[in-house]
Design a protein around this ligand. Structure first.
Ligand code: HEM
Length: 425
């Protein structure tokens, strides 16, 4: 990284690495400033390797689609302190990653591993699940209505519905869902004082991660053995029996595969589901507008995905000297893709700070772009569409009945509580 690069002011650089700033609007204030004044510049927060901060929609896409030039596997794909990175490398014998899933891979391995499950997630296969997902959604809505008019939408609905869908697809029995939920919250919410495994959570969040992953691995090792001996029609059977170049995939990579599907498959979707509800409470006119014509639900979902952008950041590193938006990026430089900023880019979205379910086109980039484009995007959209198609006709009004609280995390975050008061239709 050249010394002459534009350096981001210290207070903004510190905000970018501060998990609590992601739980309120401070991160959006920082992004707005960056897009206007330093859209591609270097953050040098204390205790971190300096990294480029990419805040404009066009630059995020340009970097994300050049997967040869900007790798996922060479450095940590999530923001980590220099000390945390050193500890992980010590534990792994040199690798910056505790798992090796699709997210941490580059070509030639990445496409070989991605293709193993890609067919599963294609719209034509996902469509076959629609009826079953609708049953699960109806049951979730029934549970909400049975509360009689007051509930915490996150705890009653948003956490459990996507969890149940992905666990059924994966083949995890319903009894084990609470365990999967807890482990995912400990993984993504490691820095949050309420969700992380450590009692005092941040700043040493990585301490708890090997234990969380060991628990995930132990659980999936048993599931995998079972599915090798007794394959079924579920995704666990696909992963357990996967082969690459005529050989079974290694245990470590199989375990990592389970973890990415299990964890990425519900937390993000839960956050978007509850984010949509909060936005509807804050915009009663939009609630009425979508309810009037359920054909507007897909637009609601796209806008909720843009609005919440649950995956806030992913990191890349340059494999060679490059230039993006006139800035010279040097080989080995680390870059932070700020999806939540790209999704509020004024040059792409009219009135970016307004929630507008009727927005067309909606070029949200919350699923990433390029070779790592979210594998579960069709599933996520479909399950959220179905839930709102089932829920909206059964509500005549809904309002917030208490404080909406967000989790604290630089990587994946969302609402952890949303008290509601509602009237059934
Ligand atoms: C609103 C919901 C979701 C959001 C916002 C989201 C976001 C993302 C993003 C930003 C990436 C890109 C990672 C990168 O560039 O390195 C990604 C990848 C991925 N997502 Fe999602 N995701 C969602 C739901 C799901 C679901 C339901 C699944 C189901 C299994 C899933 C599975 C994956 C997997 C396996 C990858 C890795 C793909 C690869 O690296 O090739 N996601 N997701």
């Amino acid at each position: 990284m050249a010394a002459a690069d534009i350096t981001i002011p210290k207070d903004i650089a510190e905000t970018l690495v501060d998990a609590p700033s992601y739980a309120d609007n401070r991160i959006h204030d920082a992004y707005t400033w960056l897009r206007a004044n330093a859209p591609l510049a270097v953050a040098r927060p204390e205790g971190y390797e300096p990294f480029w901060v990419v805040t404009r929609h066009a630059d995020i896409l340009e970097i994300s689609r050049q997967n040869e030039l900007f790798h996922s596997g060479d450095k940590s794909t999530t923001l980590i302190s220099t000390e945390g990175d050193a500890r992980i490398r010590q534990m792994t014998g040199g690798s910056p990653h505790l798992v090796r899933s699709l997210v941490q891979m580059d070509a030639p391995d990445h496409p070989k591993y991605r293709v193993l499950t890609q067919a599963w997630f294609l719209p034509q296969n996902i469509r076959k699940l629609e009826d079953r997902i609708r049953e699960i959604a109806r049951a979730a809505v029934d549970r909400m209505l049975a509360t009689g008019g007051q509930c915490d939408f996150v705890r009653e609905i948003a956490l459990h519905y996507p969890l149940h869908v992905i666990m059924e697809i994966l083949g995890v029995p319903e009894n084990d869902e609470p365990r999967m939920l807890k482990l995912t919250q400990e993984l993504f919410g490691a820095a949050d004082p309420e969700l992380g495994r450590q009692e005092d959570a941040a700043p040493d969040e990585i301490e708890s991660l090997p234990g969380v992953l060991a628990d995930f691995f132990q659980y999936f090792a048993r599931l995998s053995t079972d599915r090798r001996e007794h394959p079924r029609g579920d995704l666990a059977s696909v992963i357990a029996n996967s082969q690459i170049d005529g050989r079974p995939i290694s245990e470590f990579e199989a375990m990592s595969y389970y973890v990415i599907v299990a964890a990425a498959g519900h937390d993000t979707t839960s956050s978007t589901t509850s984010g949509a509800m909060l936005a509807l409470c804050q915009n009663p006119d939009q609630f009425a507008w979508v309810k009037e014509d359920l054909g507007r639900v897909p637009g609601l979902i796209d806008e909720a995905i843009r609005w919440t952008t649950p995956v806030k950041t992913f990191m890349r590193s340059a494999t060679a000297d490059a230039e993006v938006a006139g800035q010279p990026i040097a080989k080995d430089d680390w870059l932070m893709l700020c999806y939540a900023s790209g999704n509020r880019d004024e040059s792409v979205f009219e009135e970016p700070d307004r929630f507008r379910p009727g927005r067309t086109p909606n070029k949200q980039l919350a699923f990433g772009y390029g070779a790592h484009l979210c594998l579960g995007q069709h599933l996520a959209k479909m399950e959220m569409r179905i839930l709102y198609e089932e829920l909206l006709p059964r509500l005549s009004s809904v309002e917030q009945a208490g404080e909406a609280r967000m989790s604290q995390a630089v990587f994946v975050n969302g609402l952890k509580s949303l008290p509601l008061r509602f009237q059934a239709a």
